[in-house]
Design a protein around this ligand. Structure first.
Ligand SMILES: Cc1cc2nc3c(=O)[nH]c(=O)nc-3n(C[C@H](O)[C@H](O)[C@H](O)COP(=O)(O)OP(=O)(O)OC[C@H]3O[C@@H](n4cnc5c(N)ncnc54)[C@H](O)[C@@H]3O)c2cc1C
Length: 406
């Protein structure tokens, strides 16, 4: 497609979604109802096929819709493991039966999912997973232990990597399932993190069951499904910028918006490219009267540039027919950007930046974010693993040694 055709299409999408939002957005409407109507309209996930709650539009349409929702002050679609990873996976690799069963609860936010991948001895080396699934008629019986399961204590469903053929070579003995978290055989135990939250879980699976129809992909071919899921996760952890970032670096406006409560606090979903991340940084700087300090402004501009550049890169990825090592580069850019954000925020705040909760500036949110930043370099594949991927696939360096028993 020619660039001018792209622009035309983008303009059409913008006009159409703008009309739809103006006709339907009602701030008094309960969130669940809004999400439901957004999903039914196909505007929540416009790049999904029409049959599956989308409009069959290019990936870039998501950004346009997000911008228009933000312009109207309306909520975006639900966001989490379910929408980031499970929904695109089901659209791409699920059966119609699985899509019919699971997509409605995902796109309207009524069913939360978690990710049962990592194990005590299988994190970066996910293919070393030891949790087993054994066929028993129409069921699979699952036994083992997972760890670092975000949201496992409140999720309704999980995606699960389990070993179905212990005799097969490591990667080919795995299968990929959906599994109901709310059953006696699954016990999540929350773990407290250094940022004070208890979002992670150890999850013990003791003769848990899942239906054979919940096998996603073929038996013994779970590894490529897991890899595809991880690439969705990494894409969603890149530094994709939210729209509406202030281009004039007017720090006082952001401070006023924060003070009025317009900008939410908390570190959940707080990504480097997010509007909140930029505005909170501006607010932090302004709160300490440093908006005219050239050294602070210089570092702020660097972060702003990083946000804009990453956003540009993400737009290109969204248009690419197939994405490979780009997601690793995007994730590395995001983790670096977030570290820069943390360092500047803590410099601006001084010792006060160490205080959590009510004792610190902005209710300790900057301190909480600072304590959450290291996790971004681990979640969804560590920085080292992303660098290995970039080294091998982009730079053509020799293959890194792999753990034994491949
Ligand atoms: C915020 C957060 C949320 C998470 N949510 C989930 C979740 O919902 N579900 C889930 O299943 N897991 C989740 N995880 C777990 C995450 O996927 C793992 O922590 C991650 O894959 C690393 O595995 P590990 O902790 O076992 O570390 P290890 O794999 O043991 O790695 C330890 C260190 O060795 C390095 N290393 C390992 N292998 C190599 C190599 N080949 N080359 C170079 N360096 C290497 C690593 O980079 C790391 O520094 C989450 C983690 C975080 C921080």
């Amino acid at each position: 497609m020619m660039a001018s055709d792209d622009a035309l299409l983008a303009g059409d999408i913008r006009a159409e979604v703008r009309t739809w939002i103006d006709d339907h957005w009602n701030p008094q409407q309960p969130l669940g109802e809004w999400w439901h109507s957004l999903a039914q309209s196909g505007w929540g996930f416009p790049d999904f096929p029409e049959r599956w709650f989308g409009r069959g539009l290019p990936g870039e349409s998501r950004r346009i819709v997000r911008q228009e929702l933000q312009r109207a002050g309306a909520f975006g679609p639900p966001h989490g493991i379910a929408t980031m990873m499970v929904a695109p996976l089901l659209v791409e690799m699920g059966s119609d039966e699985q899509r019919e069963k699971w997509l409605p609860g995902i796109v309207d936010g009524s069913e939360i999912w978690c990710q049962l991948f990592s194990e005590p001895d299988a994190g970066s080396d996910l293919a070393g997973a030891r949790t087993t699934a054994v066929r028993d008629g129409d069921l699979w019986r699952v036994n083992g232990q997972k760890v670092w399961t975000s949201g496992g204590h409140y999720a309704k469903w999980a995606i699960l990597v389990a070993r179905t053929d212990p005799a097969a070579p490591k990667h080919s003995g795995l299968s990929f399932f959906g599994i109901d978290m709310r059953q006696d055989g699954i016990q999540p135990k929350p773990l407290v993190q250094m940022n004070g939250s208890a979002e992670f879980n150890e999850v013990f699976l003791d003769d848990a069951t899942t239906a054979h129809s919940h096998l996603i992909g073929e038996e013994g071919k779970g590894w490529p499904v897991a890899l595809r899921t991880l690439s969705y996760e990494r894409e969603s952890l890149d530094a994709d910028a939210e729209p509406g970032i202030q281009t004039d670096l007017d720090l006082s406006i952001a401070a006023a918006r924060y003070a009025s409560g317009e900008i939410a606090d908390g570190s959940e979903g707080f990504m480097p490219g997010g509007l909140e991340a930029w505005e909170l940084l501006c607010s932090v700087i302004a709160a300490n009267g440093q908006q005219t300090d050239p050294r602070i402004r210089d570092r702020a501009v660097k972060i702003y540039t990083g946000i804009k550049t990453s956003s540009w890169m993400s737009q290109r990825f969204a248009q690419a027919p197939e994405v490979g090592a780009e997601v690793s580069l995007g994730k590395l850019a995001a983790t670096q950007l977030m570290r820069d954000w943390r360092d500047l925020a803590l410099t601006a705040l001084g010792p006060n930046g160490q205080l959590l909760d009510g004792e610190g500036t902005f209710d300790g949110v900057p301190a909480q974010i600072a304590l959450s930043v290291p996790g971004l370099s681990i979640a969804g594949g560590t920085d080292e693993i992303q660098r290995n991927i970039v080294g091998e696939r982009v730079l053509g360096l020799p293959r890194e040694p792999r753990p034994s028993n491949e």
